[in-house]
Every structure is written in structure tokens, then in C-alpha cells.
Design a protein around this ligand. Structure first.
Ligand SMILES: Nc1ncnc2c1ncn2[C@@H]1O[C@H](COP(=O)(O)OP(=O)(O)OP(=O)(O)O)[C@@H](O)[C@H]1O
Ligand SMILES: [Mg+2]
Length: 251
């Protein structure tokens, strides 16, 4: 669907969400332009995963969610995926007892039948390490390769925006670099990425822009090219830590 030149691909405004009576997100504003890589950083429990879940229609939400020129606020998770916004959830696990290829076919199951095989081949073209094991069970893949397969499961639908929640979690440094290299590859294919990451420096090296989230609110938004970014980020994190210390002291 065409969107006007000045409208971002994803535009989230005044988004609030949570779990039942627990409000986690308080009026979040966030945008991602077509083809842009945006990092979403923040301390543990800041609400990063909750934000991705709310954007992808997995949680009730209020505010505004526009994607590719459409209002998605009332959309559920399936409709959101069909609109081209795909979320690879935190700790996503592949089906280890199924063949690598079948994991991808499963992810492509609601695409037209005649397209499925070519989409799966497209993934094997992008990721040779899983192509080499396409007929083996996913259990035969290393942790990093399983993570790449999880990303490929999202990508097989050719999303316009892929949201990745800590794709490097639990991986050794070499595998972390390979998984993050995948994000770089996505940029080349024109896919926009919203990346939640604990490895701040690595995320900043990849991203065009960054948001920091603390206690369910955006505390910083910047381009990664800004020279004073490390200091501003440190202050954003420190401000959170200071508030926590202060509230502990009051108790
Ligand atoms: N299912 C749930 N029910 C109730 N509260 C939840 C639920 N999931 C998360 N929370 C709470 O929401 C807040 C934000 O959690 P969230 O998982 O979004 O943080 P995060 O930034 O992704 O943290 P991490 O870096 O540890 O992954 C936390 O206080 C958490 O305890
Ligand atoms: Mg999380």
C-alpha cells in the first residue's frame, strides 16, 4: 500500500498498554521509516517486550498505531502480520523435531501454495548456514543457527518491518555477531527493523536511530550519528537508576 513521502512506515503515538490492571507503557511515541533500522534500548523490565507485543497486536492497547498508511489500532496479531509487520518474539524457539525446511514452510503456511517453495528458497539464499542443513532436524543447528532460522521464519513472509526482540540473547560472541550481521543484511533487502538489544554498542553500530525506554516511557530519541549520544544514553540510564535508588531510599 502506498504511503505519503512524509509518513513513516510505523507511527505509534501515545501508546499505553499492560497486563490487566497493570499499566506498563505510558503514552509511548515511536516511529520507524521505510527501510530504517531502529534500536530500542532500556534496562530490564523497562517495557521493551511489552512495547513490541502491544505494537504487534498481542496485547490490548490505547493510543494510535499506524502502519503503511493504515490504522492498525483495532487489528489483531494475524491482521498485523498480514499488513506486513512481523514480530520475532523474545526467546523464540524453532520446532527442533521438524526439518529446517519444514520450519520455514510452517511459517509460510498462509501464503499462496505456489509461492511457498520459492519464499523458502529465498531464505536459503540469504542464509547459507541453514541452507546446508535444510533437510536435517532443526535440533542439528547450533544456537546461533536456530536464531537465524527464527529470523528467517519471520522474514519468509517478506515483511516491511521486522521487530526482533533480543535476537542475540544467550549466544556466544561469534554467534552474536553473525545474528546481528543478519540485521545488516535485512537493511540491504530494504526491510525496516525495530531491534531490541541488550548489547548497546553493537545495536548502535547497526542502527540509524535509537530510542531508550525506561519505566514504560521513552526517555531518549536520537540519531546514532549524534556525537554526544553515549553520554546522553548514559544519563538516560543513570536517571532511571537514580530514581530507583531514590524510591528505595524513601521506602
Ligand atoms: N505477563 C505479564 N503479566 C504481568 N506483568 C508483566 C508480564 N510480562 C511483563 N510484565 C511486567 O511488565 C514490565 C515490563 O516487562 P517487559 O518484559 O516488557 O520488560 P523488558 O524491557 O522487555 O525487560 P527485559 O530486558 O528483561 O526483557 C515488568 O515490570 C514486568 O514485570
Ligand atoms: Mg524483554
Amino acid at each position: 500500500m502506498p504511503i505519503s513521502a512524509d509518513e513513516p512506515l510505523l507511527q505509534v503515538a501515545n501508546l499505553s498498554s499492560g497486563y490487566g490492571k497493570i499499566v506498563v507503557l505510558h503514552g509511548v511515541d515511536l516511529t520507524v521509516a521505510a527501510g530504517e533500522v531502529v534500536a530500542l534500548l532500556g534496562p530490564n523490565s523497562a517495557g521493551k517486550t511489552t512495547l513490541l507485543r502491544a505494537v504487534s497486536g498481542l496485547l490490548p492497547r490505547s493510543g494510535s498505531v499506524r502502519f503503511a498508511g493504515r490504522d492498525l489500532l483495532g487489528a489483531n496479531a494475524r491482521e498485523t502480520v498480514q499488513a506486513g509487520l512481523v514480530h520475532v518474539i523474545e526467546g523464540h524457539r524453532v520446532f527442533t523435531q521438524l526439518a529446517v525446511q519444514d520450519n520455514l514452510l510452517l511459517a509460510a503456511r498462509d501464503l499462496p501454495r505456489r509461492e511457498r517453495a520459492s519464499r523458502v528458497d529465498e531464505m536459503f539464499g540469504l542464509f547459507p548456514e541453514i541452507a546446508a542443513k535444510r533437510h536435517e532436524r532443526a535440533a542439528a543447528l547450533s544456537g546461533g543457527q536456530q536464531q537465524i532460522l527464527a529470523v528467517a521464519q519471520g522474514l519468509v513472509r517478506r515483511p516491511r518491518l521486522l521487530m526482533l526482540d533480543e535476537p542475540s540473547a544467550g549466544l556466544s560472541p561469534v554467534l552474536v555477531d553473525r545474528v546481528l550481521e543478519v540485521v545488516r543484511q535485512l537493511r540491504e533487502t530494504g526491510t525496516a527493523v525495530l531491534l531490541v538489544e541488550q548489547l548497546i554498542e553493537k545495536a548502535l553500530a547497526l542502527a540509524d536511530r535509537v530510542y531508550a525506554l525506561a519505566r514504560g516511557a521513552i526517555v531518549l530519541e536520537a540519531r546514532t550519528s549524534e556525537a554526544d549520544l553515549p553520554l546522553r544514553l548514559e544519563n538516560a540510564y543513570l536517571a532511571t537508576a537514580t530514581t530507583e535508588t531514590a524510591s528505595l531510599a524513601i521506602r
